[in-house]
Design a protein around this ligand. Structure first.
Ligand SMILES: *[C@@H]1O[C@H](CO)[C@@H](O)[C@H](O)[C@H]1NC(C)=O
Ligand SMILES: *[C@@H]1O[C@H](CO)[C@@H](O)[C@H](O)[C@H]1NC(C)=O
Ligand SMILES: *[C@@H]1O[C@H](CO)[C@@H](O)[C@H](O)[C@H]1NC(C)=O
Ligand SMILES: *[C@@H]1O[C@H](CO)[C@@H](O)[C@H](O)[C@H]1NC(C)=O
Length: 617
């Protein structure tokens, strides 16, 4: 059985049961057109401001990168960034899943603040359809809006996965355009195995009792019609037959191509995914109905390079976000990159990603923008440990010695990501930064490094409290070692709505307290079995994770980076630190209410056909 997951969607199906509230289905009949409205003030362009290039890998593990310790995968371009910039060795995603992690990176705010996370009670953990309504609220500040407000030209290439914002008949899909980006070449959703599986439209599974029930019901209705006809109720008979002709095919379609009758009510068939969920958009229209997998990496590089060249020629400062689709499944590469690596299709995809990074850096060199461009590289979260292809190859990444992986919000392997920042002459080359930093910090950091005003000043209308902070002084060495802005900060590590772990940097120690732990398939293991879509569904709560908040486990990552030796719960240190961290968390909970998950709202996450963008429309 494959499919559906993606950056997550577990078809670990059986593992993630939840009840479908059929009552809400009635809402399905309500037609609703959602148009996200951009909400941006414009600012003054400044000629001297540096350009910014943000590179985001998809599912890349920290252990997959040469300059973070891998010796068998070739990543010369990322390694070059490490040599020429600063490696962030304690860099953390704000979620172990794509949609919430990317939302946090874009907004510098925890996605729990605006419902962009899965819920324990149902729904997917990430967005699953292009034609659905859920998405990043237009009231959020974003990287795109902030730089646009500072007068930059802004561009987004690649995987967005934060909502397409498509209107009726798939018109005026805004996607990144609603969040401050001036131009786009993007995938509204994510790629996953089904991008490479055609599926069939005509399906009649003999063994599925729903289909037997459909035949039985149709036969009974037909019998009623025959009876009516015999009794000379001709009009009534005609009405019954006509209704049957409409209702039976409709029921077959819903059974076959939707999943309303299963716990994973938000999913669709392979055929639907293949044909509808892998569109490539340019601005508001569909460029490819299905992403051209072999050429996609190069097409994306071309889109970003074209944008940078045009802006460089005009002399304006630019922000380009390039969100790779590699090395997430389906791991399809261009012919010249196939079978090249020592790690199968996964390794090929990492090396093709690195080829893309290299071409983008070469383009900057070529345009003489090396010195005047900040380049930042990261991954949205850790590698997927369970992922195993149908061919028996491992299709997920390696998180080094950090325990756990993708989907496991509090486990280090799910959130410790590679991070590199290059700004020649400003940030010391070849250096390392070991303070705990977060993808939440990217927006405020890039603004300050670029010499621009803060988010609050740039976006007074979207002035929401930020959870990220500027690392500028740390990176440039301006404040001196005593002024580490991350000191004293509490970082939260969520699974859906739950707080699974918290981290606290005292300067001398970096404490990490685990409050909830995944339930693994066996003792000593840090994964939940094997399979393309198998995962630890910790966001579902009790059945998939153990609440240990009464006896939480504490580590000091400065002494014990891989969390092998918990601090004795009888020690003075344990008691003092745990009390302090729990009190801080309590304060947070009182201050910051989490609204309901958008992904638990049936009408917001199911595929609404009338919102689907098509090539021919
Ligand atoms: C390098 O990455 C591959 C692919 O994820 C992994 O199998 C291998 O163990 C890694 N090697 C090292 C030395 O980290
Ligand atoms: C770029 O987008 C921003 C935000 O949508 C907008 O304010 C600005 O006018 C756009 N700039 C150009 C040159 O299109
Ligand atoms: C970058 O700036 C440094 C210092 O001003 C200079 O030596 C170097 O040649 C510049 N590099 C490029 C590629 O322009
Ligand atoms: C300390 O840990 C042990 C074993 O994990 C547990 O039984 C005990 O209740 C814990 N004590 C406290 C104070 O948390």
């Amino acid at each position: 059985m494959h499919s559906l997951i993606t950056c997550a969607l577990p078809s670990h199906a059986s593992r993630c049961a939840n009840a479908f509230n059929a009552g809400r289905l009635t809402c399905y009949l309500v037609l609703f057109v959602w148009v996200a409205s951009p909400d941006v003030t414009s600012g003054q362009p400044s000629l001297s401001s540096p350009n910014v290039l943000i590179l985001i890998a998809d599912d890349l593990g920290i252990g997959d990168v040469g300059c973070f310790g891998n010796t068998t995968i070739r990543t010369p371009a990322i390694d070059r960034l490490c040599r020429e910039g600063v490696a962030l060795t304690h860099h953390l995603a704000a979620a172990a899943l794509c949609t919430p992690s990317r939302a946090a990176l874009m907004t510098a705010r925890y996605p729990q603040r605006y419902g962009m996370v899965g819920a324990a009670s149902g729904g997917p953990p990430v967005l699953v359809h292009v034609a659905s309504r859920a998405g990043l609220p237009s009231s959020e500040p974003t990287i795109g809006k902030a730089f646009a407000a500072a007068g930059y030209r802004t561009h987004f290439t690649g995987k967005w996965h934060l909502g397409s914002g498509c209107g009726f008949l798939g018109r005026s899909c805004q996607g990144p355009l609603a969040h401050g980006f001036n131009s786009t070449f993007y995938l509204p959703n994510t790629l996953f195995e089904r991008a490479n599986v055609e599926g069939s439209f005509w399906v009649w599974p003999e063994e599925d009792f729903h289909y037997h029930a459909l035949v039985g019901t149709s036969a009974a209705v037909l019998a009623v019609a025959v009876l009516l006809k015999r009794l000379k109720f001709n009009v009534a008979a005609a009405v019954v037959v006509t209704s049957l002709l409409v209702a039976a095919p409709a029921a077959w379609f819903l059974l076959t191509h939707y999943r309303f009758h299963t716990p994973r009510w938000y999913q669709v068939s392979e055929w639907m995914d293949f044909n509808l969920n892998f569109v490539v958009m340019r601005q508001t229209s569909v460029l490819h109905q299905r992403a051209p997998l072999e050429s996609l990496s190069m097409d994306m590089v071309r889109a970003t390079v074209d944008f940078m060249r045009a802006e460089a020629a005009s002399g304006r400062s630019f922000l380009a976000v390039h969100a790779f689709s590699h090395p997430h499944t389906p791991l399809v590469c261009a012919p010249h990159n196939r079978g090249r690596s020592r790690h199968g299709r996964y390794g090929d995809a990492v090396e093709e990603l690195d080829e893309g990074v290299g071409l983008l850096l070469a383009a900057l060199d070529d345009m003489a923008l090396y010195n005047n461009t900040i380049v930042y590289f990261t991954s949205d979260h850790g590698g997927h440990l369970e992922a195993l292809g149908a061919d028996g190859q491992r299709t997920g990444g390696y998180n080094g010695l950090f325990k756990g992986g993708k989907f496991q919000g509090g486990m280090e392997g799910g959130i410790r990501v590679p991070g590199v920042l290059r700004y020649p002459g400003v940030v010391r080359d070849g250096s390392k930064l070991s303070s705990p930093t977060s993808l939440l910090d990217v927006l405020p950091t890039l603004l300050e490094l670029s010499g621009l005003p803060s988010v609050r000043e740039l976006l007074p209308d979207a002035a929401q409290p930020l959870d990220g902070l500027s690392l500028s002084s740390l990176l440039t060495g301006a404040g001196g070692a005593t002024e580490d802005p991350t000191r004293g900060r509490l970082l939260l590590h969520h699974s859906g709505m739950f707080v699974d772990a918290i981290r606290y940097n005292t300067g001398e120690h970096v404490y990490k307290l685990h409050l909830r732990r995944p339930v693994y398939s066996s003792a000593g293991s840090y994964q939940c079995g094997w399979g393309e879509t198998t995962a630890c569904c910790t966001w579902r709560g009790a059945s998939h994770s153990a609440d240990i908040s009464q006896h939480p486990i504490l580590f000091d990552l400065r002494r014990d980076a891989y969390e092998d030796r918990p601090i004795a719960n009888t020690s003075r240190e344990y008691m003092a630190v745990v009390q302090h961290m729990k009190a801080q968390l309590e304060g947070w909970r009182q201050q910051v209410p989490y609204p309901p998950s958008q992904f638990n709202s049936v009408m917001d996450v199911i595929l609404l056909p009338w919102l689907q963008p098509f090539t021919f429309l």
